[in-house]
Design a protein around this ligand. Structure first.
Ligand code: COA
Length: 260
């Protein structure tokens, strides 16, 4: 396979769709996949006309994890560097200004589950399977799973998933709060577009502020997190979107946000 084909970027109006395109290997994340993902993220993060990013996988998996055949011969230093590279790409995804939605069908295992967790929202197709099976390979999650999973589902459930290495199904993922909806497989993409459409009616600046408050706040103690929230709240009052949102409410009409 030639370069630039393992991750496809397609635009549908204001929606960018990133699709892992290595179906034969169940979209296993090798260095090339991560590199292409990073290149697409580099481009997307400055594109203001892109309002939402959907992340999907082609074939019968979202992604079945980091590429085990590529990892097999790594030295300890190379393995650490590989983990740091994967982490940096997923952190870049998390830090995108646009909301991101993972659309998970089939397997989301190891790095695949970590990729989904680096998105803001996750929607699963019925039949999807989630898991962090790294312990079955004698390793632990390396692309952020040990840090993001407890933040999303709580420490007890995260430890259960990572210590057992067992898969959970879409309904259990829903009950854990790992995904926000489970839909029939044929409706997965349309569910992503419907979610994106709802977000497009809102002000993009406010959505960015929510992301920053949650992700940056999670890195600090509550007092600093509250200070950050107050600062972001104040900066909303410099925006035309804040003025339009409140004026529209008071005038009993729908707001028309401009993203300024
Ligand atoms: N790394 C590298 N290749 C992988 C992979 C991974 N994480 N996951 C799947 N593949 C490859 C398989 O080697 C196989 O390739 P081949 O056809 O060239 O032999 C192909 O994808 C299909 O996988 P296969 O195992 O035959 O499909 P299956 O339906 O029998 O099983 C899984 C599906 C997901 C249960 C199984 O592939 C699996 O356990 N994968 C590894 C999951 C994992 O441990 N991930 C964490 C990695 S840190």
């Amino acid at each position: 396979m030639s370069e630039q084909q393992m991750v496809q970027l397609k635009m549908e109006g204001p929606v960018a769709i990133l699709t892992l395109n290595r179906a034969k290997q169940l979209n296993a994340l090798n260095r090339q996949v991560l590199t292409e993902l990073k290149e697409h993220l580099d481009a997307l993060q400055t594109q203001k006309d892109v309002r939402t990013v959907l992340v999907t996988g082609d074939g019968r998996a979202f992604a079945a994890g980091a590429d085990i055949s590529q990892m097999n011969n790594l030295t300890p230093n190379e393995a650490q560097e590989f983990a740091q590279f994967g982490q940096s790409v997923f952190s870049q995804l998390e830090a995108l200004p646009q909301p991101t939605i993972a659309l998970v069908q089939g397997y989301a295992l190891g790095g695949g589950m970590e990729l989904a967790m680096a998105c803001d929202v996750r929607i699963a197709a019925q039949g999807a399977k989630f898991g962090q099976p790294e312990v079955t390979l004698g390793i632990l999650p390396g692309f952020g799973g040990s840090q993001r999973l407890p933040r999303i589902v709580g420490q007890g459930r995260a430890l259960h998933i990572m210590l057992s290495g067992e898969m959970i199904d879409a309904e259990q993922a829903l009950s854990y709060g790992l995904v926000t909806a489970v839909v029939p497989p044929e409706q997965l993409l349309s569910a992503g577009f419907e979610y994106a459409d709802k977000l497009h009616k809102l002000g993009p600046v406010a959505l960015q502020m929510v992301k920053r408050a949650v992700y940056e706040g999670a890195e600090t103690d509550i007092q600093r997190g509250l200070a950050l929230e107050a600062a972001l709240f104040g900066s909303c009052f410099t925006t035309a979107d804040r003025e339009e949102g409140m004026t529209a409410f008071l005038e009993r009409r729908k707001p028309s946000f401009t993203g300024r």
